[in-house]
Ligand binder design. Structure first.
Ligand SMILES: *[C@@H]1O[C@H](CO)[C@@H](O)[C@H](O)[C@H]1NC(C)=O
Ligand SMILES: *[C@@H]1O[C@H](CO)[C@@H](O)[C@H](O)[C@H]1NC(C)=O
Ligand SMILES: *[C@@H]1O[C@H](CO)[C@@H](O)[C@H](O)[C@H]1NC(C)=O
Ligand SMILES: *[C@@H]1O[C@H](CO)[C@@H](O)[C@H](O)[C@H]1NC(C)=O
Ligand SMILES: *[C@@H]1O[C@H](CO)[C@@H](O)[C@H](O)[C@H]1NC(C)=O
Length: 454
């Protein structure tokens, strides 16, 4: 009886302790994310259920990420491939960060089942080179897609089809040479399109169709020499257009006319031809003829040709200064595709210029020499200089210029990367609320064991 009494007391004490421990365990369970966290990750529930697995040297995506997780941080690991449906059990996923890995392959259905995904960051995977045309199918809520510094040399036709919620698309710092017609046809809500520092040579009539809400178009530091007349026809809401440091010799007023909301325009660093071919652009700036005039701010348009106007700002010239029709020749050859007829006013003797006052001026060999000289190397030189600048790692993400810093939040990410983590959420290897569960459960099972022995 005494023995029984002692055992009863022990049982009571252990039951109380066990109850408390069980309560503690359940609480931690609720806070820590429940169905287990992958060994190399830290999981937490506030502000949203998150699996933080960044900077762990992971060679592959951890298995058994709990299905209720809404954010997965996998940046700065050593991932090389994403297999088909690898995240599809996380149907509530809204944020997926995969930047700064070594991804070279993304399977066609890698993001299948992620109907709620809002932000996908694949930037800084420089070995990616290409993505499957169907890689992003079904991401109907995606509003931000980062694909900058991915070594992309082309975008497959239809790659953005169905991404109707997209607002921010970052494609800068790749090797893109062209854009398929209608490639952005489903992006009626896109606000930022960043395409700077690529190798795009032509902006054709249909490559930007459908971008009815576009606010910022960054196309600087490419090789743009042709912008077709209809290229900007859907961009009535565009406020910012950067085309600096390209290879533009002319741009027509008809091309610019649809840009009724434009406020910030940068056209510097192009070899502008300031003769009769510049009339349309001059007219658009000054509200001449059918144009209403550009009221926003613009950088200089430094004239390259003719020699007499070299370095002057096209906008600030008088319209009569543009009367001359400079001959083709020297470095200017190829300004028009062979099949295309040059503007009527330029049909002149190829060795002559008609001056603003109608006099015929003959090219001197000296002038020609100058035109093919250092001045004409300028775009290349500028490109070299700025390219090296853009290669700098650790710049603001995504990098922009002037008044264009995107407003989307990226601060927390920066903190995670640097491991400073003032809120403790991004701390490495530190106290994870989910972690103590294992030892606790062991202790609990030991207790029950002791009790059953009575
Ligand atoms: C996903 O979210 C919905 C509500 O938003 C919830 O009912 C469901 O349980 C969540 N799924 C998982 C696996 O947690
Ligand atoms: C990236 O992956 C390639 C194979 O795809 C490998 O050769 C290379 O060493 C990897 N680079 C790093 C930094 O891990
Ligand atoms: C596009 O934006 C408008 C206004 O912000 C919004 O009401 C609409 O739902 C968006 N459409 C999609 C498909 O996201
Ligand atoms: C610039 O355009 C001209 C044709 O207008 C072309 O011949 C030249 O190669 C281009 N330069 C660069 C750097 O793309
Ligand atoms: C680019 O610039 C660097 C110096 O900034 C120079 O050493 C290099 O030769 C240049 N490359 C080309 C292709 O001009």
């Amino acid at each position: 009886m005494q023995h029984g009494n002692k055992c009863e007391q022990l049982t009571l004490i252990l039951q109380k302790a066990g109850g408390m421990l069980l309560f503690l365990a359940l609480w931690l369970h609720a806070v820590g994310g429940g169905s287990g966290c992958p060994a190399m990750c830290v999981c937490y529930n506030e502000p949203r259920p998150t699996a933080a697995c960044q900077q762990r040297g992971l060679p592959s995506v951890p298995t058994a990420i709990p299905p209720h997780i809404q954010r997965i941080f996998l940046q700065s690991n050593r991932l090389t491939a994403l297999h088909s449906t690898i995240f599809s059990h996380c149907a509530n996923l809204t944020v997926l960060w995969l930047y700064s890995n070594n991804l070279s392959h993304i399977a066609a259905n890698a993001f299948a089942g992620l109907q709620r995904l809002e932000e996908l960051d694949l930037a800084d995977n420089s070995a990616l080179h290409t993505v499957s045309a169907t890689a992003f199918r079904g991401l109907e809520r995606l509003h931000t897609l980062h694909l900058h510094r991915c070594g992309l040399s082309e975008l497959p036709d239809g790659v953005f089809r169905g991404l109707r919620s997209l607002q921010y698309l970052y494609l800068q710092d790749n090797y893109l040479q062209a854009l398929h017609d209608h490639i952005f046809q489903d992006q009626a809500n896109l606000s930022y399109l960043f395409l700077h520092n690529n190798r795009i040579a032509t902006v054709s009539d249909n490559s930007l169709r459908g971008l009815l809400a576009l606010d910022r178009l960054l196309l600087h530091q490419n090789r743009v020499s042709t912008v077709q007349h209809g290229a900007f026809q859907d961009l009535g809401r565009l406020t910012t257009l950067y085309l600096f440091q390209n290879n533009l010799t002319e741009l027509s007023g008809v091309t610019m006319a649809p840009l009724g909301s434009l406020q910030y325009l940068r056209l510097n660093g192009n070899p502008w031809v300031c003769d009769c071919r510049a009339h349309g652009l001059w007219d658009w700036f000054h509200g001449f003829h059918e144009f209403r005039g550009f009221q926003g701010s613009s950088t200089e348009l430094e004239c390259q040709v003719p020699e007499s106007l070299a370095g002057r700002d096209l906008k600030l010239l008088k319209r009569e200064d543009l009367e001359g029709c400079h001959a083709q020749g020297g470095a200017l050859s190829g300004a028009w595709p062979a099949a295309e007829t040059p503007p009527r006013c330029c049909l002149q003797d190829k060795s002559s210029i008609v001056s603003s006052r109608g006099r015929l001026v003959t090219h001197s060999p000296h002038e020609k020499g100058d035109m093919s000289g250092p001045r004409f190397q300028e775009p290349g030189r500028l490109e070299n200089g700025t390219r090296s600048k853009h290669k700098q790692p650790g710049g603001p993400r995504p990098n922009a210029h002037g008044p264009l810093e995107p407003t989307e939040p990226s601060g927390q990410r920066g903190r995670c990367l640097k491991g400073r983590a003032p809120d403790g959420q991004c701390a490495q290897g530190g106290a994870s609320p989910g972690r103590p569960l294992g030892p606790l459960l062991l202790l609990l099972s030991g207790l029950w064991h002791a009790l059953s022995g009575c």
